[in-house]
Design a protein around this ligand. Structure first.
Ligand code: AMP
Ligand code: MG
Length: 438
């Protein structure tokens, strides 16, 4: 049949042109070509997703954020029990007791924490009871040892108790159905204790982010090693930023790329991608001729380099690197700049990865103890000490604005945020601060 023999028409295969992947459009810079700190931070936050949660042992979830609401399936305590070592009684049987005329009750038995079957309390008698032991049927109060002669066959009671006294009733701590923890809440020792007490051994939480901190710069030498050539310095950032990431709850590796050679830096960074949920580099992102991070990263992923209207911390880089699009924050190299940038950008990103709210620092108000000066047109982060002054939060700057002053940074416990339009703050005026040790 002719029809069947007809040659099949070959559909031309349309060449699929993959669009060159790019990052979403960054926020518009202002007339000076600068981005605000908030706009940059929010842009970066839009580029990362929380890490997927998994079920884990209660203790392994310490410091992590829960991904579920957990309601109690039990009452706590689960049964009425004694709050004291003493005697379980009917309050009515000891109502008339006093120091001058003690009442004597026969002791029908004894019960300790963990004992299971109990005889009911016979009328007009007492049962010796230890803290945490179930209250025998018929008893409604406990007379502590201290109010008795501690007798074994019979007991003299010197003080009355009222019904319910020294009894911890079923459900008086937690009732069944009570939400013990909410999603997004971070597990601490107390909440772990609460869940354990309610019989819960596994929770759904987001894991600790795996963070690699890479310090770059040909001048860097590891602390503990001798500076051999003039111009060398010890690597402060690698340690500082690694510690800051640990303080946020991350699992951290520190790597040093003591080079400004693009080949070396590219290889060092590529080697780290496999084990990282986030990579942080320091150095090599400003305007210098050896700003190697800025040079090589666009070959390895989608990058954004910006100038942010803040001081310190103006040059900032971000990328989604490699096939897995691992987020990478490229911090400037001056130690104070790198630390301030960590607080402004990395901390929120880590908290988003961990699913912890709020992601951003919540500024607190403090009263300037002395005059503060700032450059107009930039958000200035002053290193400062906040202290309590008779219930008032008082803040003073430590040292100058230069971003190499690690001594002052170490002495600070807060950053004062002096906004773009602030030139001077007089003593007694209010300023907003980020507390660094919370
Ligand atoms: P960069 O951003 O690489 O141009 O570095 C700016 C300044 O920070 C230079 O003075 C560097 O020597 C210094 N610096 C860079 N990385 C570190 C580091 N890991 N530790 C201490 N200082 C650093
Ligand atoms: Mg450098």
């Amino acid at each position: 049949m002719a029809l069947l023999r007809r040659k099949k028409k070959v559909e031309p295969v349309e060449e699929v042109v993959e669009p060159t992947p790019t990052l979403p459009d960054p926020p518009e810079p202002d007339a000076r070509g600068l981005r605000s700190m908030e706009a940059h931070r929010d842009y970066l936050l839009g580029l990362v997703e929380p890490l997927p949660p998994f079920g884990m042992n209660l203790l392994d979830a310490w410091d992590l954020a829960l991904c579920e609401d957990i309601a109690s399936e039990v009452d706590l305590p689960g049964f009425d029990n004694s709050q004291m070592d003493g005697y379980a009684v009917r309050a009515a049987d000891v109502a008339g007791a006093n120091q001058g005329e003690p009442l004597t009750l026969p002791v029908a038995g004894s019960v300790a924490a963990g004992d299971e079957s109990l005889a009911p309390l016979p009328e007009g008698q007492a049962i010796k009871i230890m803290t945490g032991a179930p209250i025998p049927e018929g008893a409604d109060a406990v007379v502590p040892f201290e109010f008795t002669d501690r007798g074994s066959e019979q007991v003299k009671v010197f003080e009355p108790v009222v019904a319910g006294e020294y009894v911890r009733t079923k459900g008086s701590d937690i009732t069944e159905g009570t939400v013990l923890m909410h999603r997004g809440q971070r597990m601490d020792a107390r909440t772990i204790g609460l869940l354990a007490g309610a019989g819960i051994d596994k929770v759904l939480a987001r894991p600790r982010p795996r963070v690699v901190v890479i310090s770059t710069g040909a001048e860097l030498v590891d602390p503990g090693r001798r500076l051999e050539r003039p111009g060398q310095i010890h690597d402060a950032n690698g340690y500082m930023i690694a510690a800051a990431a640990k303080a946020e709850g991350c699992q951290v590796w520190r790597v040093q790329a003591a080079s400004d050679d693009p080949e070396v830096v590219r290889e060092q960074i590529t080697d780290q991608l496999i084990r990282a949920d986030l990579v942080i580099t320091t150095g090599g992102v400003s305007q210098g001729e050896r700003d190697v991070v800025k040079q090589v990263m666009p070959e390895l992923g989608l990058c954004d380099f910006a100038e942010v209207a803040m001081q310190p911390g103006k040059p900032q880089g971000f990328g989604l690197i490699g096939e897995d699009k691992v987020p990478m924050v490229m911090l400037p190299g001056n130690p104070v700049s790198s630390y301030v940038s960590f607080q402004a950008f990395v901390r929120p990103l880590l908290r988003k990865l961990m699913g912890i709210e709020p992601v951003n620092h919540e500024p607190v108000r403090a009263i300037a103890g002395s005059v503060m000066r700032s450059t107009k047109g930039k958000l200035q982060f002053g290193r400062a000490v906040v202290r309590d002054d008779n219930g008032r939060r008082l803040v003073d700057l430590v040292g100058g604005h230069s971003s190499h002053l690690t001594g002052d940074l170490a002495a600070a416990n807060a950053l004062v945020l002096l906004g773009e339009d602030v030139e001077v703050v007089n003593p007694g005026e209010a300023v907003m601060c980020w507390m660094l040790d919370d």
